[in-house]
Design a protein around this ligand. Structure first.
Ligand SMILES: *Cc1c(COP(=O)(O)O)cnc(C)c1O
Length: 381
């Protein structure tokens, strides 16, 4: 059987370095707020291209803390609105509503499944303070139009980078003549990252981080994540306890070194799928490459998601033929019991996506033979 994701195999691919790193932390007797966390924070900030990185307990907390800090800083207040894609994992919205801010859902572009920038402006009101973009499935959601819109309405742009660790775009600022490569996580005002084990950069448990080049925001988040304390036993804010621990940080430092190579392997699998899946009813993902010479650097293929009008039947067929697939996601956030207040809202594109999507196995340890087997099964459906 081809597993959807073989985490055990991923972990073994980092041995013996991983166990050595964990052992060093165990032996050190120091498990929180030590050298392993500051080392990883420095490495990850540098990798992303942001001035600051603050480790957090998980990705949801990273996003929660960004908004909580903006409230402390007076940038926004309870009751304000944050634009968020209707088509996302529910955590993006939970971070907003947890801060008593109102998520305003906007439909995706059917080609990229990411926030449709053309639909944002009509959702902006006097209460709108930020746009949360989600780089869904690993594809960067960014454009000049988005940046101009945020500037025009004085909105913060927060990136949910949980699914896109390592993705890049060719970026040219409005003033600069030459473009340069910028990673997702360094594009907006602040970004939340997740190191959930199944993410492209996964820990051996929960972990997350905020990256930002705004020093005041970074300082506020660091305090908020540590009981609101700026100095031991001095508490400036009503904070929480949300810290990355030393063992996870040591694990992440080892795995970060191979992230680009791992993402490149995912690209090879993805390109094989794109070139070889040939079925009249299957819709393949559409990567909007800005520059053909750079191929698909703007996607790190966290998930390889296809669409089929009879998705459930295709999934059953694949299971019968030994291929494990998953659905990301089966129920849209606005149809969840958690947000009963949205039950009457209608987002037809989002709903159609949720009905038709199917995620194929893809990872840094998947073999070409497995990819070949998967292609044969789909093409024979
Ligand atoms: C995984 C994920 C999160 C939450 O990250 P956790 O580390 O699991 O808390 C947030 N947003 C998106 C889009 C995700 O995929």
């Amino acid at each position: 059987m081809v597993k959807f994701l073989d985490i055990q195999k991923i972990t073994s691919s980092f041995e013996p370095e991983l166990s050595d790193a964990v052992k060093r932390v165990i032996d050190s007797g120091w498990y929180l707020q030590g050298d392993a966390v500051s080392q990883f924070e420095n490495e990850y900030a540098q990798y992303i291209g942001a001035v600051n990185c603050i480790g957090t307990a998980n990705g949801l907390d990273a996003l929660r803390l960004i908004l909580k800090a903006y409230i402390q800083m007076g940038v926004m207040k309870e009751g304000d609105e944050v634009i968020v894609p209707a088509n996302t994992y529910i955590a993006s919205m939970l971070a907003i509503s947890d801060n008593n801010l109102t998520p305003i859902l906007v439909e995706p572009d059917i080609n990229t499944y990411n926030l449709d920038v053309n639909l944002i402006e009509k959702s902006i009101t006097s209460k709108t303070k930020a746009i949360m973009v989600v780089h869904l499935y690993g594809q960067v959601c960014w454009s000049k139009e988005l940046e101009e819109l945020a500037k025009k309405h004085n909105l913060k742009i927060i990136e949910d980078n949980a699914q896109a660790a390592g993705a890049q775009i060719t970026y040219s600022s409005l003033s600069a003549l030459h473009s340069r490569l910028v990673r997702s996580g360094a594009l907006g005002d602040a970004a939340g990252h997740s190191f959930y084990p199944g993410k492209n950069l996964g820990a051996l448990g929960d972990g997350g981080a905020v990256t930002t080049s705004d020093d005041e925001l970074a300082h506020t988040i660091r305090a908020l994540a540590n009981y609101g304390s700026t100095k031991k036993y001095v508490n400036d804010y009503k904070g929480l306890n949300s810290r990355l621990d030393e063992i996870q940080a040591a694990v992440l430092s080892v795995k970060l070194r191979k992230l680009d190579a791992d993402n490149q392997h995912r690209r090879e699998i993805a390109n094989y799928y794109l070139q070889n899946i040939k079925h009249p009813d299957v819709i393949l993902p559409n990567i909007n490459s800005q520059d053909s010479s750079l191929s698909d650097i703007n996607c790190v293929w966290h998930l390889f998601v296809i669409r089929h009008p009879d998705r459930d039947r295709l999934q059953r067929y694949m299971t019968e033929n030994g291929i494990q697939t998953l659905i990301h996601y089966p129920i849209p956030p606005h149809k969840q019991g958690a947000y009963k207040e949205w039950i009457s809202l209608s987002y037809p594109i989002t709903e159609m996506i949720h009905q038709n999507v199917l995620s194929l196995p893809i990872s840094q340890v998947m073999s070409m033979e497995e990819a070949q087997q998967i292609v044969e099964v789909i093409n024979s459906f």
